[in-house]
Design a protein around this ligand. Structure first.
Ligand SMILES: [Zn+2]
Ligand SMILES: [Zn+2]
Ligand SMILES: [Zn+2]
Ligand SMILES: [Zn+2]
Ligand SMILES: [Zn+2]
Length: 250
């Protein structure tokens, strides 16, 4: 998978009409027509960024046609606004030590946006499991794991998090003595990683705890992010204040 920096670069450098549907390195080639190039200068990459955030990974790597995109918006957006899930990594103290965003890596090494993040109905049981959608990945539920600086954290078996299976049980692929990933890495809150939980909650559940929910937004895989420091700068600049400082909405 590419780094967040790469994603951003791709989005930024993209000035064409096709970006409105999605541009990625592995997408089928797009033939420019003169009109598209003209319109591109007025549409610019701002529209492209907006649409990338709405579609997320839902086009499965194939570009939506304009009709498919309209259909997608009609079907998915009302659902998304109603069933938005907030994802955070919670300390036993009740503090959200990490707000999971679209690019945040799961234990399975895939990003939050690569998991199933739009549910047609909110299940009754808790926790809510958000499985990975990457083909062949055995991850059944998004599970945040912190980094130690830029390094994966270590299990008590001494192997790194990403050396473990993403299948339930999280056993180690590098040794036979591991009974499942368990890390004593200490979070900034003072509690060990293993004592934290990945919390997946509805807006109502967040509000009941007095936690921020921000504004309703149409973007895919927003996870726990609730605020924008600058909408035009894209979600790399999202903050966790719950306040849209520019007051632009969407
Ligand atoms: Zn996963
Ligand atoms: Zn995965
Ligand atoms: Zn282990
Ligand atoms: Zn091991
Ligand atoms: Zn913590």
């Amino acid at each position: 998978m590419g780094s967040p920096g790469e994603d951003r670069q791709r989005t930024r450098s993209c000035g064409g009409r096709m970006c409105v549907y999605k541009q990625r390195g592995d997408a089928p080639g797009f033939a420019w027509d003169a009109g598209a190039r003209d319109r591109a200068s007025s549409v610019g990459s701002w529209a492209a960024r907006m649409t990338l955030r709405i579609v997320g990974e839902d086009d499965g790597g194939k570009l939506f046609t304009p009709e498919e995109y309209e259909e997608y918006k009609r079907k998915v957006l009302p659902l998304r606004l109603q069933n938005r899930l907030f994802v955070s990594w919670r300390s036993p103290t009740g503090m959200d030590c990490k707000l999971v965003g679209p690019e945040t890596l799961c234990f399975c090494t895939h990003r939050y946006k690569q998991h199933k993040t739009d549910l047609e109905t909110i299940p009754q049981q808790r926790p809510i499991d958000l499985p990975c959608r990457v083909t062949g990945c055995q991850c059944r539920a998004y599970h945040y794991v912190p980094l130690n600086g830029t390094q994966p954290i270590r299990c008590r078996c001494k192997h790194f998090a990403d050396q473990h299976s993403a299948a339930p049980g999280f056993t180690c692929n590098a040794c036979s003595k591991c009974s499942g990933f368990h890390s004593c890495f200490t979070c900034a809150c003072g509690q060990p990683a293993y004592a934290h939980d990945t919390a997946v909650e509805t807006k109502q559940e967040r509000l009941a705890q007095g936690k921020p929910v921000g504004q309703d937004v149409p973007y895919a895989a927003m996870g726990g992010l609730t605020g924008f420091s600058s909408l035009a700068e894209g979600y790399m600049r999202l903050d966790d204040s719950g306040i849209d400082k520019n007051g632009k909405g969407w």
